[in-house]
Design a protein. Sequence first.
Length: 84
Amino acid sequence: MEQQIFSFIFGLFCLGVGVVSALLTPRINRARKALTKSISPDNPRRGLNAYGKITYTAFTIISLVMGVVFIAVSLFELATGVRR
């Protein structure tokens, strides 16, 4: 029982991190673009900027998926009484 509750709470945490990350994405993209221009206006270093955007998007998606999976598994285990 305690393990399922911990799993559910961890799922809520992951889901919260993913949602906050998704909400902050536009602000972070604007800040990254401004920082890149201030470093070198002639060469905007598109490769580094794209890599950071892909990494941040992957982090957001993985956090959301982990949260949903942990919540679903814990609720399934609580509902059916299945033990790991």
